[in-house]
Design a protein around this ligand. Structure first.
Ligand SMILES: [Zn+2]
Ligand SMILES: [Zn+2]
Length: 92
């Protein structure tokens, strides 16, 4: 079995490449099932094998941004409360 990464010829029962240490087994990236060499799709879950995992085709749902709190209002309110206890000179 020839390593696809470095072209080193490895024994058929090799699980890892002698040349580069890459995994030689054809494992389904999705479910981990060991697949025969040359399998293009996983016989267990149907996932495509051999290609780098495609980006999940989940619809890009925009993360709901929390309603922007009126920061300035709460801030000034806090400052007002603070001013009751702290001398004004410290609140520059
Ligand atoms: Zn290799
Ligand atoms: Zn699978």
């Amino acid at each position: 079995m020839i390593c696809q990464a470095c072209n080193t010829e490895n024994p058929d029962q090799a699980k890892f490449c002698m040349g580069c240490g890459d995994a030689l087994q054809n494992l389904c990236a999705d479910c981990g099932t060991e697949l025969p060499n040359g399998a293009k799709f996983c016989f267990s879950c149907g996932a495509k094998v051999g290609d780098p995992a495609p980006t999940p085709a989940t619809a890009s749902t925009p993360t709901p941004t929390p309603a922007e709190a009126p920061q300035t209002a709460t801030e000034s309110a806090a400052l007002d409360r603070l001013a009751q206890y702290v001398p004004k000179e410290l609140l520059s």
